[in-house]
Design a protein around this ligand. Structure first.
Ligand SMILES: C[S@@+](CC[C@H](N)C(=O)[O-])C[C@H]1O[C@@H](n2cnc3c(N)ncnc32)[C@H](O)[C@@H]1O
Length: 309
C-alpha cells in the first residue's frame, strides 16, 4: 500500500500547537501522515486517537502504529467523535482536533475503490466498504430529479440535468457498474470541454460526496469537536473544495462571534459568548508544496482555538 504525504504539514503542526502531554484526535487518519508528525511532538504521556472509515486504512494504521502505546485506532466516523470522547473519558479534555477532509491518494489510486475515472473499476466510492450503498447501487434506481440535484449541488455541474438524463437513458439498456462506463456516459452528455479538467470530474466528486454523506458528517462533527476540546484547545480543518470550506468557515465564524441570538434581538457585545477564537486567516499551500505534492493544490486550512469559559 502506498503512503500519503500529509498536506500543509508545518502549518498543521503550528495550528495544533502540539503539547507533549496533550490528547489529540486525528479524525481522518488515512495512511497516518499527519498522525506521524503529531506523534513526533508528543511525549510518553501524550495520546493520539485516530479515526478512519476505510477498513483498508484502519488495517494499515493498526500495523503502522502497533508498537506505539500512545495511539488508539478507531474504525469509526468522525461524526461519532463526541460519543468516542465520552466513552474514553476525554470529553472536554482534548488539546487538538484535526480534520483532513475528502479521499486519500491511495483511495484515488486504486481502481478497485471506484473513486477515480482515471482507473477502470467497480463503481463503489464508499469510504467504508463494510456498509452502505455503493455509487452503482444509488445510480441503479435514483430518480432523475435526485441525480440532477446531487450533481448540481455537490458537483456544481452546469449540465446536471443533461448528465442525469444520460444516466437514466444508459441504465435502461444496462446497469452502470464501472467507473469507465460512467465516465463515458458523462463525457458524451457534456457539450463543453474545459482545458485542464475532464468533464466527468464534477460528477464523480458529487457522487462521492453524496454516497458518503460527507457534508452531513462534517456539519455534525464540528460542534462535537468543539465540545470535546479543552479551553485553549485547537481545531484545525483542511478542506479541498468550496462546499466543505463554506461549512467550516461559517461554523468557525459563528462560534467566534458567539452569535447564537436571533438577528433582530438587541444584545450587547459583552453578552455574546464566543466559544472560539479564529487563529489567523485561511492558509493555502506554497508553490513549493504544490510542486512536491500536487494533491495539496486546492487545500485550505482553517484554525481556531477554544475560548476559556
Ligand atoms: C485526505 S485523507 C487523510 C490523509 C491523512 N491526513 C494522511 O496524512 O495520511 C481523508 C481520510 O478520511 C477518511 N474519512 C472520510 N470520511 C470520514 C469520516 N466520516 N470519518 C472518518 N474518516 C473519514 C477517508 O477514508 C480518508 O482516509
Amino acid at each position: 500500500m502506498s503512503g500519503h504525504e500529509p498536506v500543509l504539514p508545518d502549518e498543521v503542526l503550528q495550528a495544533l500547537n502540539v503539547q507533549p502531554d496533550g490528547i489529540y484526535l486525528d479524525c481522518t487518519a488515512g495512511r497516518g501522515g499527519h498522525s506521524g508528525i503529531i506523534l513526533d511532538r508528543l511525549g510518553p504521556q501524550g495520546r493520539l486517537h485516530i479515526f478512519d472509515l476505510d477498513p483498508e486504512s484502519i488495517a494499515f494504521l493498526r500495523q503502522r502504529f502497533s508498537t506505539d502505546a500512545r495511539v488508539l485506532v478507531r474504525h469509526a466516523s468522525y461524526a461519532d467523535l463526541g460519543a468516542h470522547c465520552r466513552e474514553h473519558g476525554c470529553h472536554g479534555q482534548v488539546a487538538g482536533v484535526l480534520f483532513d477532509l475528502g479521499a486519500a491518494s491511495p483511495q484515488f489510486d486504486q481502481g478497485a475503490r471506484g473513486f477515480s475515472f482515471q482507473h477502470d473499476g467497480p463503481l463503489d466510492m464508499r469510504f467504508d466498504t463494510s456498509r452502505g450503498r455503493t455509487a452503482a447501487d444509488w445510480l441503479r434506481d435514483a430518480p432523475v430529479r435526485e441525480i440532477t440535484d446531487v450533481l448540481k449541488q455537490l458537483g456544481e455541474e452546469r449540465y446536471a440535468r443533461r448528465v442525469a438524463r444520460a444516466i437514466i437513458d444508459a441504465r435502461a439498456t444496462a446497469p452502470i457498474t464501472r467507473t469507465h462506463q460512467l465516465r463515458d456516459i458523462v463525457a458524451a452528455a457534456i457539450p463543453f470541454r474545459e482545458r485542464d479538467r475532464h468533464p466527468a470530474t464534477r460528477t464523480f466528486q458529487a457522487i462521492r460526496i453524496h454516497v458518503n454523506h460527507e457534508l452531513e458528517n462534517l456539519a455534525a462533527a464540528l460542534p462535537q469537536a468543539l465540545a470535546a476540546l479543552r479551553p485553549g484547545g485547537r481545531l484545525a480543518v483542511i478542506s479541498f473544495h468550496s462546499l466543505e470550506d463554506r461549512i467550516v468557515k461559517r461554523y468557525l465564524r459563528a462560534q467566534a462571534r458567539g452569535d447564537h441570538h436571533p438577528s433582530d434581538m438587541p444584545v450587547l457585545a459583552v453578552e455574546l459568548k464566543p466559544e472560539l477564537r479564529l487563529i489567523g486567516p485561511a492558509q493555502h499551500p506554497t508553490a513549493a508544496e504544490i510542486a512536491r505534492n500536487p494533491r495539496a493544490r486546492s487545500a485550505v486550512l482553517r484554525v481556531a482555538e477554544k475560548v476559556a469559559a
